[in-house]
Design a protein around this ligand. Structure first.
Ligand code: IMP
Ligand code: MG
Length: 182
């Protein structure tokens, strides 16, 4: 819990404990799937930071880190969703096993475009790990290879996810009180 932000929360959707249990399972899956291989884990800033940190320390492989900042013009609109790269990877990924680590798949524009763009760099493999999936909001076809939880069509914060850059440090995934948005 967080007493500074407590008053803004209407409901805890997923507790930190539940999330931790699921993150351990995903880490075990990744460890199994890439047995004997090295993996570049790419965290998408800033929303994936908490999930990324909890995940990587439990992946029992030769792991390297990189980070990207991206935004999708299409997110929240009906446009085709062009990808804007604000911070690119700091290394080539040719012949590497790459796992993109993202907070949530919502419309799908961001990950669909990011995946298409990174494929052109010829990685050995390219997969997506997303903590949350909101399938009811999807506008383009894209699926996570590792997904923590499916969530209903509600705006969620905490565990890295924000509303106007706030609430990222909440230890649980929460739904805010309606008054907070207005
Ligand atoms: P997309 O719509 O799949 O392209 O998702 C783009 C981004 O929107 C995600 O990476 C999140 O940062 C943000 N987002 C989507 N749904 C939520 C939510 O419920 N809470 C907080 N951020 C969200
Ligand atoms: Mg994000």
């Amino acid at each position: 819990m967080n007493s500074a932000l407590n008053n803004d929360i209407s409901k805890v959707l997923l507790s930190g404990e539940e999330i931790e249990k699921r993150v351990k399972e995903i880490a075990a899956e990744i460890t199994r799937d890439y047995s004997g291989e090295s993996v570049l884990m790419v965290g998408i800033l800033r929303g994936a930071v908490v999930f990324f940190s909890e995940l990587v320390k439990r992946v029992d492989l030769d792991v390297r880190f990189d980070f990207m900042v991206v935004s999708s013009y299409g997110a929240g609109t009906d446009s085709s969703g062009e990808l804007r790269i604000i911070k690119d990877l700091s290394q080539p990924i040719e012949n590497m096993n790459v796992v993109i680590v993202e907070d949530i798949i919502d419309t799908g524009y961001t990950l669909k475009n990011l995946k298409r763009m990174l494929e052109t760099r010829n990685p050995k493999s390219l997969k997506i790990a997303a903590l949350l999936d909101k399938p009811s909001r999807r506008k383009v076809e894209i699926e996570g290879d590792y997904v923590g939880f499916k969530v209903p069509n509600e705006f969620v914060v905490g565990y890295g996810l924000d509303y106007n850059e706030k609430y990222r440090n909440l230890p649980d995934i929460c739904i805010l009180k309606p008054g907070v948005y207005s």
